[in-house]
Design a protein around this ligand. Structure first.
Ligand SMILES: [Zn+2]
Length: 269
């Protein structure tokens, strides 16, 4: 029994190593692996997960990426890249959703998810070009993000800039994230629940509300692909999104959460 367990464990460790090395072999993924190592992220396989991968950044248990044992190799590479992007985001931004009002927390969640999905689609594109394996592009489909990959591929095909960190395809993928109402709602629901789980627990004392809320200054590092290349902040893309009253708050209203526009009235669940 013990032998069979340890063989299985070794196989899983080898699989994690292979996934991490594949990500590390890319221009886009190399820095995320370095940050993952620096941040001492634990990576493990789990059975019966609802998603291909998940990232948990817990005050008590530290940083952990869980990989779904039922997923194939290519899907796990792209799913882990998505989760590593979240590690990178927390590393650069240094704050969490409970530092803000619920409305700002929802905006932040959407920005972070759209960025992680855009990043993952870029990594899939780079690996597809490098290996010819279409499974990398199909991975995003299996993760429920096929529309985002399609937006990236279309923009990459029509762009004359063939660098893997050319900003246009990432912007297209980032935008595509917001076009899917089911996706928006599922993340808004998840964020609202996580937000109140902390607000209603003893952990809430660890979070100080940022007095100026979620500002552009706080978000300047979202969208960094490499030194000097930020696909959201180049051309003031993020500024435009941030100031477009119809882009964020109204969509939150449309989704039926009924938030108050002042941002000060946090509804009780
Ligand atoms: Zn995510």
């Amino acid at each position: 029994m013990g032998t069979s367990d340890s063989i299985k464990d070794t196989a899983y460790l080898e699989e994690i190593d292979k996934i991490a090395r594949t990500i590390q072999s890319t221009t886009l993924g190399k820095p995320s692996i370095e940050i993952g190592v620096m941040e001492d992220v634990n990576i493990s396989f789990e059975n019966h997960m609802a998603t291909p991968a998940a990232f948990c950044n817990s005050l008590l248990a530290g940083k952990e990426i869980s990989l779904n044992a039922e997923c194939d190799f290519h899907t796990l590479v792209i799913a882990m890249a998505h989760e590593l992007r979240h590690v990178e985001q927390y590393f650069f931004l240094g704050y969490k959703r409970n530092n803000f009002s619920l409305e700002d927390a929802l905006k932040l969640e959407r920005l972070l998810e759209a960025d992680a999905s855009a990043f993952a689609s870029g990594l899939a594109w780079e690996l597809y070009n490098k290996t010819g394996e279409e499974e990398y592009l199909l991975a995003m489909e299996k993760m429920g993000d096929g529309d985002i990959q399609q937006a990236f591929n279309n923009a990459a095909h029509s762009s004359s800039d063939k660098n893997f960190d050319a900003p246009t395809p990432f912007r297209a993928a980032f935008n595509a994230w917001f076009q899917n109402p089911i996706r928006r709602k599922s993340y808004d629901d998840f964020c609202t629940k996580s937000y109140f789980d902390i607000e209603n627990s003893a952990l809430s004392t660890f979070f100080f509300k940022n007095p100026s809320g979620l500002t552009l200054g706080l978000l300047k590092d979202i969208g960094s692909l490499s030194k000097g290349n930020n696909y959201l902040n180049d051309n003031d893309f993020l500024t435009n999104i941030f100031h477009d009253q119809f882009f964020f708050p109204n969509r939150i209203y449309e989704d039926g959460l009924g938030l108050q526009s002042s941002g000060s009235g946090i509804p009780t669940p």
